[in-house]
Structure formats: C-alpha cells, structure tokens
Ligand binder design. Sequence first.
Ligand code: HEM
Length: 514
Amino acid sequence: MTLTTPDNPDAHAHAHAHAHAAQAHGHAQARPDAESHTHPDANPPAHARTEIPGPSGLPVLGSMLDLRRDSLAAFLRAHREHGEVVRLQAGPPGLRSVFHAVFAPQGVQQILASEAANFRKDHPLYEEVRQSFGNGLLTSQDADYLRQRRLVQPLFTKRRVDGYAAAVATEAGIIAERWRTADDATVDLVSEMNRFALRTVARILFGTDVEAAVDVIHRCAPVISDYVVRRAYVPLKVPREWPTPGNRRAREATAEVTAVCDRIVAERRAAADTPTGRMVDPRTAGERSPSADDLLSLLADAGNEEDGSLDATEVREQVLIFLLAGHETTAISLAFTLHLLARHPEEQARVREEIDQVLADGPPTAADLDRLPRVTRALKEAMRLYPPAPVVSRRAVAATEIGGFRIPAGADVVVAPWVTHRSPELWADPERFDPDRFTPEREAGRHRYAWFPFGGGPRACIGQHFSMLESVLALATLLRSYELDAVDEEVPVSAGITLQATGPARVRLRPHPL
Ligand code: HEM
C-alpha cells in the first residue's frame, strides 16, 4: 500500500520548517510532506476554461433534492454525465450554494497533496464539524494543527502501532466469543463492528476506563453527525442557538459526549499520581509501554504545561475527535469486508485458507500482518467499494487550474473516493468485488490517487497504519473462528461525515473448526 504519512518522527522537523515557509505566504494549513508543493499564489493559465460542466438540475432548486436524497448517486451521475471536473449548484437563486467536484486522480492529488496549502479545511462541512466536534486534529489548521500533530504523532509510529496488536487481538477475541451465543447464529456486522472498533480505539488511546463512553458515543455520535451534514449543505442556516427541535437534540447529544470526554480526562488526572496513571514526558513517550503513555496521558500532560501547549478545551476536543475519527471509519470497512466475503464464498474460502496456514494457535500478532496478504487485499478492495470517508471537502484560497478548468478563488471543492474508486477509466468492471486488484504488480501500475480511502498529502489519516493493523488482525481472528453466509444481499448506504450503512448487514455464523 502506498502511504503518505511518514512514520519517521524526523519528518516533523522537516515538515514544520516547510509549514512555516508556507505560513509566510499566508495560507499554511498543514504539515506539507515530501509530496506537497505549495502554490499559494497559483494563477491559472489563461487557457483554462471557466465554464465548468455540471447538472442543471431543477430550475429553482438546482441539484438540491438529488443531493439530499442520495448525494453518492448524484456524484456518480455527475461524473458519468459531465466528466472529471463538475460544478454543482443547490438551492434557490440568491441563496444558491455552488461547489466543484473533482474526480480524476491527478486533480485529487493537486487538491490533497501538491497544492494542499491552497485547499484549506474552510469548507462549510468542516466548519460545521468544527462547531460540533471542536478544534481537534481532524479539524484544526495552521499553528494549532502543527502543535497538535507534533504532540500525538509519536503514538502512531510503526513501532507504537505494532504494540497495539495485543489489545486488538483481545478485543477481537471478545467479539468472537460473544458470537457463540448469538440468537439464531445471526449477527448484524454493522453494529458488531461499530462496537468492536469503538472499544478498541478507546482501549488503545484512553486506557481501559472508557466503558461508559462507549454507550454514550454509540447513541449520540450519529445524532450530531446527521445534524452537521444537514446543516453543511443548506443555503440558509437556522442559527444554532435557536430553540428548534433539531438544534435541541444536537445540543443535548453534544452535551452528553462532552460530559463523557470531560469525565475521562478528569478520572485520568485524578489517577495521575498512581503508578498506572502516571503522566509522562511526550518526548520520551515512544520508549514506554502503551498503557502508561496513551493518548490521554500525552494530552493531559500537555494540558498541564505552562506554555499552554494544549488548553483544557483542546484536550477534551482531541479526545472527542479521536473517539469519533478512530472508530466509525474502521467499523464500516470491517463490516463491509466481512459482508462482501460472506457474499463471495469462494473468496472467503481463499482468505480463510491463508489464515489457517499462517496463524499459530495463539492470538495473531503484528508480525502476522505481512503474512496475510489475501486478508489485506480483501480489506483494500472493500475500502475501494465502500470508502469509509466517501467525500472529502476543501475550500480554495486562490484560483487555480484543475484538469483544464479554472477553479476560482474561494470555491468549495470536494474529492470523492466513492466516485474515483468506481471510475470505469481506472477500474475494469468497477462494481465487481475482486481483491486481486491489489496484488503488488497491479497496484504498481496504478496512479497514487486512484485509491485513496485515507486521503493523502499533509492531512492524510494519522490512523491509517493502526486501522490496517486493527482490521487485518480482527478479520483473521473472526474468520478463523466462523464461516459467514450473507443474510442481507445488499446493504443500503448514505453519506454522512463518514459512510453510513442505513440498513443491517446480517450474516449467519457457522463455527469453523480450529
Ligand atoms: C478505515 C479506517 C479509516 C479511514 C478510511 C480514515 C479516513 C481518513 C481520511 C480520508 C482522512 C483525511 C480527511 C481530510 O483530508 O479531510 C482522515 C484523517 C484523520 N483520521 Fe482517519 N481514517 C480511518 C481510521 C482512523 C483511525 C483508526 C484514527 C485514529 C485512531 C483516525 C484518525 C484520524 C485523524 C485524527 C485525522 C486527521 C489527521 C490530520 O489532519 O492530521 N482515522 N482519516
């Protein structure tokens, strides 16, 4: 897999220097990496076309209803009918919101990587996410972002991530055990994997004291996510303070998750003097065991520092962002991998054969990761068909050119793994589940941004290595214990902040002899 986020902590110093240089131009948002060249003053060449094609939609509402009803289908149709750069408009004249969608890998690379400094997280969707979930690593920009990323990066180096394998295997083992008592031997993968991923990220990043948070996040996160997405695309927003039922529901849900995060932080602070709760120096964090220097320790410690590297609100917001970003995405990729394998028994048998050959009696370890390429390929193919972050949004600072079209300054722009991953120009028979698309030979011939479930460039997912490890080990644990038959053939989806399964993905379980 091509991954863009460097594990090497040295990359920070390098990136930092770049970011400062970019800041001097007034647009730095990020930690540019080797891939990223900033063109903050980019002027599109005169020959760039200003008329961007796109659906005209309804005379008054434009594409609003299509986008509301099924934005993923609307994007696919826009690509099919209008090409690689499309202009969409929604809402009545005067209140119309206009945005651009870019589908070709070259354009995606420009937005996420090579012109990353010109494409900021100022898009209305990110503004709403920021207001609801706070200024954590996913949403912050500029100096705040650099500070936060430097602080948490040591938790995501390869060595640290390998150290999380035991906790992942334990949590996956708990799910496998739970399934032994499932009613009618049938489970819904969507809710099962949600629970697994939330418990796992909570355990790894926050220690073991988060049981209470699991239920609250489970219940409240979807309410807040729905609210955020609904607000992001309406031309005229009702102020958040008004006492409408929608505002009230979202406010109550936010208050609950905030209280839970505050409680987690407070409990850890109270335990700070005990040997297990000891705060540590983030500079030496990599040298210690995961339980003694998890995310919460790093954050709480930084929150204590006199130079104010993180204030109390930032600590809580970081906790919240990591709980959310760290579970829904992995959960959906796991659920769809298992469900696709349940729908493709021959592929499931090939994957299981590999697992049976590779795994010894005990739980899987990080060392098994490279020895399970078939499992990894099935996971990557599931993330192609069901990218957990189906759409990623930005706002252009300066005008630029993409694919021969002029993107104006201030334009809202989205890239959509959902569409690029299904483009017939890039993927033969794109709807077919075919894990062999991800053999090393076939991957080598592909554009870096033909497959980008983790985003790319300086703001690529910090959790990607962890998520891959977690998913492969969980798949190995579950598939070596159970054979799966699909009960639901199709699982309906919609685009929230992450991809949402809007129906169950049930499978029937048959114990697989060990
Ligand atoms: C299949 C699993 C996952 C997928 C598909 C995924 C996808 C993404 C994508 C597309 C982005 C970039 C968003 C943008 O450019 O606007 C991102 C960023 C991020 N993800 Fe993930 N993610 C996954 C798992 C995780 C996990 C397990 C964690 C935490 C433990 C995590 C934490 C984050 C954070 C904090 C960011 C912001 C990083 C930054 O801007 O520096 N993600 N993720």
